[in-house]
Structure formats: C-alpha cells, structure tokens
Design a protein around this ligand. Structure first.
Ligand code: GLC
Length: 526
C-alpha cells in the first residue's frame, strides 16, 4: 500500500515568531528562540510548524509586507540561523512550513520602488496602476487605491497602502515569485501556507463592487461592498494550479491556502483534478456558533461538500482570530481541543492553544496592529491573540529578558508551560494525550466520520475504521445522560476516567467530552 503523505496525518502548529521566544533580549521572538523550544513541540507531539513571515520587512503589517522574498529579517536572525533552525526541525522529525505572501509586497520592495519611479519603468506593470480608482475597499479600512504623486496614478492595495498588490497577470511577476518558492523549497522547506490565496487575481476590468445589503453601521468599513470583482475570480484557479506545480517539482511538499469563503466556494480551491491547494484552510470552527447543533451542521456541511478524494482539514485558531479559550471559555476550550483532535484529516492549532491562552486586553497606547490603528474600536485588532507565549512564572514569563513587544497576559504566573506541566490535569496534558491518541490510532486521522448528531447540547459522532470510536462532547453547561453502546473511555476532557468501562448509558458532566473505544460487538446497536 502507498504510504500517505506526511501532511495528511499531521498536526500543524502555527508559530507567530514575534511572540514565541526571544533569544537576544530585544523583546521580540526570533529564530534561535524557536530552536530553543523545539523539544517542547516534540513533547507536545505536533508534526509540523508553520512560521508566520520571517522575511525582511518594514513590519507595517508585522512581516506580511515583504521587502525581499529570499531573505531573513534581522529582527528574527540571519540566513544561517534559518538554516540551523531548519536542520534542527528536521533532525527532530518535524516539518517546516513557511508563510508565502503573494498578493502584495512591501512598498519598500525594490520591485515597487522601481515600479513607482516612472510610468515607463520595466516593472511598472508588476503592480496595478490606474488613472481612475474603482470603488474597491482596503481590508484595513478606506479606499484600496492610493494616489502616487510621482507618476500621478493610483496603485491598488488590498491591505495597507504600504502593501501594494502585485499584478499576477504579468508573466514576469509569476516567474519571479515562483523562483522565490523554489529558493525555499531548494533549501528543504516542506511547504507553504499561502497568504490570502483567494485575493491574488482581480477583475481585469476593475469593475466596481456592488453594495452589501447586509452591511450594518459599526461593522468594518470594507463590509460596505461585496468583493465580487476584487476576490475569488475564476482565473485564480489557474494560478493556484501553477503554484502547486512548482511545489510539486520537489517531492513530498505541501501547499496550503488561506481562504475565507463559504464552504462551496472554498472547495473549488482543491482545484480541477485536485491539482490546486493540497489543503484550502477550513476555518469553519473559527466562525460558527459554539453549540452542538451549529458544530454538527458545520461538520456535515464540510464533509458533504468535500470533492471526491480531497483531504479534509480543520483549524482551531490563528494569528488573525480571537483565541478559542476567550470565545468559548476555559472549560469549553478543553472540549474544543477534543473536537479538533478527533476530526478527520490535517489539523492546525495556534501556539498557546495548548495552554488555554486567552486574548490579552490591549490598552489604546499599546496597540501595534495596523488593522486596529486604522479603524479603532471595531474589534478588528489582532494584538490580543498575538501576545507572548508564557513559558514560566519568572519576570516576562521566560519569553524575554527585555520588555516584550506586546504585553504578557496577567494570568501568566499560573498559566504558563512550566505550571501546566506540573499539573497532571491541565489542558496541556489533555492536548498531549489527545495528540498521542491520534498518533496511535490512525482511524482517528483517516476513517470516515459518521452519524453526526446534536442532542441536549451534546455533539456526537463516530469514527469507524479498523477500530470504532464514539466521540461525545457536552457543549453545554449542564450535566446530561446519554445512551451509548459498550466500550472503554480512552480520554475524557477532565482527564480522570481513563480506561473506565462503560455500558448502555453514560453521565456526562458539564463541558465534558469523552472518546470511547467501542467493543466491536456493540457496533450494530448504534
Ligand atoms: C492574511 C494574514 C494577515 C495579514 C493579511 C495581509 O490575512 O493572515 O495577518 O494582515 O493577510 O497580508
């Protein structure tokens, strides 16, 4: 039998490098800091790290404004540090996924400096210049077009004006960007998470976007229009397929797309003949209501929409979204962990989720995120979910010896790796246990997901393959009695019922989740 690709059975751990571990005392995390914490990740049991951008950048959007696609920003280290990190990652049997930001560069990228210098410059057409702006809106507020005095034309920026959009219809742009991919693949990087994949190509006529009838005052201003002509254009799929072909020039790599679209549209990013993204990120759990009914619907909707042969994936958090433990509370955060780790396919978690890290309140004078600075008070800010990882209860939580770039959560004296490590019932131990369970039972990774139901606040599903698992997640705050077959509890979110034999009926405490291995003989009862 052919071995399945590594990424199919992986748990991917996103590291926001500024906030993981500082090694040189400047208050900002760096590559050597990550090296120092790799053994922690091995012990946690994850398979791959995805590192948010580490390329040279003026940091207007904290690395998502790239000034050189083939370098390392000195804040994070040197190219040698990067090679060392990659070697250390691989020597531990882990994989490394880099962030690739194709939609836009920094305005300090030499390509843009050339492009804006004159209308006749050979790189003029590498960006999107127009005499007249369309009505398109920036994702960070205001018009998506900026007038440039030097050449008296407007350029497009879907995000900050310091992030001009590249013109992917230009073959030279394609060639240069694909070479950047090859550069990292050649160094041995295992794949890419592609930033805003669904935005890469825009309408070639720049037609105005229609108004959004669902827009309400107080929402971010870019919700005023439906991005019909500025996103998810049909031509994007050719481009994704071309990107995939580049990644496939190297054996055993993965292409992941960041895509915020309704599920039917999301699925098109697997591409014709599954030659698009290996994994279009599935953000459904970040967006749906936290109830058994809503999650059951999301799971069946997603599974039902998957193209034949497409590999599923689930995401619990990232650097743009409020932290799960803040959204659902500490006890449901444990339920969320069990949900994620018993779903099929590739899973992605965000650093600190394994600690139950919450959003950290950011005072106005501490704001770093340009999304918040541009449109304050609309809940757009992403600083709260990007705060430093608390490693211990020492000054600055073992993250840095200096003053950290964002505040550390004031619960860090008790909520830190060292403390949770010592507490055998902690969420950290739960994560480790669940990841370990997944590793030792491939049925949890690849088997069919079956009989998804929601009843009395309990989400229930089965994973049936060589083995037979029943997952029960009490997403309510009330205890409940549920009917079951006969089997053995493998893990419970309270970590206190392991190996308990169960039969017929089970009492679930509030916010209790259990994974039960069913006796084969009871299968027919369910
Ligand atoms: C993506 C990134 C986000 C960034 C934006 C612009 O959504 O995840 O952090 O600000 O793209 O690059």
């Amino acid at each position: 039998m052919q071995k399945s690709p590594w990424w199919q059975h992986s748990v991917i751990y996103e590291i926001y490098p500024r906030s993981f571990q500082d090694s040189n005392g400047d208050g900002i995390g760096d590559l050597n800091g990550i090296v120092a914490r790799l053994d922690y990740l091995v012990k946690l049991g994850v398979d791959a790290v995805w590192i948010s951008p580490i390329y040279p950048s003026p940091m207007a959007d904290f690395g998502y404004d790239v000034a050189d696609y083939c370098g390392i920003d000195p804040i994070f280290g040197t190219m040698d540090d990067f090679k060392h990190l990659l070697a250390e990652v691989h020597s531990r049997g882990l994989r490394m996924i880099l962030d690739f930001v194709p939609n836009h560069t920094s305005d300090y990228h030499p390509w843009f400096i050339e492009s804006r210098s004159s209308r006749m410059n050979p790189k003029r057409d590498w960006y999107l210049w127009r005499d007249q702006p369309s009505n398109w809106l920036s994702n960070f507020g205001g018009s998506a077009w900026e007038f440039d005095e030097t050449t008296r034309q407007y350029y497009l920026h879907s995000f900050l004006k310091q992030q001009p959009d590249l013109n992917w219809r230009n073959p030279d742009v394609k060639a240069a960007m694909f070479d950047a991919l090859r550069f990292w693949l050649g160094l041995g990087v295992d794949g890419f998470r592609v930033d805003v994949m669904w935005l890469m190509i825009k309408d070639d006529q720049f037609r105005d976007n229609p108004p959004n009838p669902g827009y309400r005052l107080g929402q971010p201003s870019n919700n005023r229009l439906l991005p019909v002509y500025s996103s998810d254009r049909p031509e994007v799929h050719q481009l994704v397929a071309a990107m995939r072909a580049v990644v496939d020039e190297f054996p055993d790599r993965v292409l992941i797309g960041e895509i915020y679209l309704p599920v039917q549209q999301l699925m098109t990013y697997y591409g014709a003949g599954l030659k698009g993204a290996n994994l279009p990120f599935n953000f459904q759990l970040l967006q749906c209501a936290w109830s058994a009914e809503a999650v059951a619907q999301v799971i069946t909707g997603y599974e039902g929409a998957l193209p034949i042969g497409a590999w599923p994936n689930w995401v619990l958090g990232n650097h743009d979204q409020p932290r799960m433990a803040t959204r659902v509370g500490p006890s449901q955060a444990r339920v969320a962990a069990m949900l994620l780790l018993t779903l099929p396919g590739t899973l992605t978690m965000y650093y600190g989720e394994e600690l139950g890290m919450t959003n950290v309140p950011i005072a106005p004078e501490q704001v770093q995120d340009p999304a918040e600075k541009n449109e304050p008070g609309l809940g757009q800010g992403r600083d709260p979910e990007r705060t430093p990882m608390p490693w211990d209860d020492s000054h600055c939580a073992g993250f840095t010896a200096a003053s950290p770039w964002l505040p550390i959560g004031d619960d860090y004296a008790s909520l830190n790796v060292e403390a949770l490590e010592q507490n055998q019932d902690s969420i950290l131990h739960l994560y480790r246990r669940l990841i370990g369970l997944r590793r030792s039972h491939p049925t949890l990774v690849k088997a069919k997901l079956d009989v998804v139901t929601a009843d009395s606040g309990v989400l229930r599903f089965q994973r049936v393959g060589e083995e037979h698992f029943l997952v029960l997640l009490n997403m309510s705050h009330n205890p409940v009695q549920v009917e079951i077959g006969q089997g053995t509890i493998l893990v419970c979110t309270y970590l206190d019922r392991e190996a308990q034999q169960v039969k017929d009926s089970l009492h679930l405490r509030a916010a209790e989740g259990v994974v039960i291995q069913l006796d084969q003989s009871t299968e027919k009862l369910l």
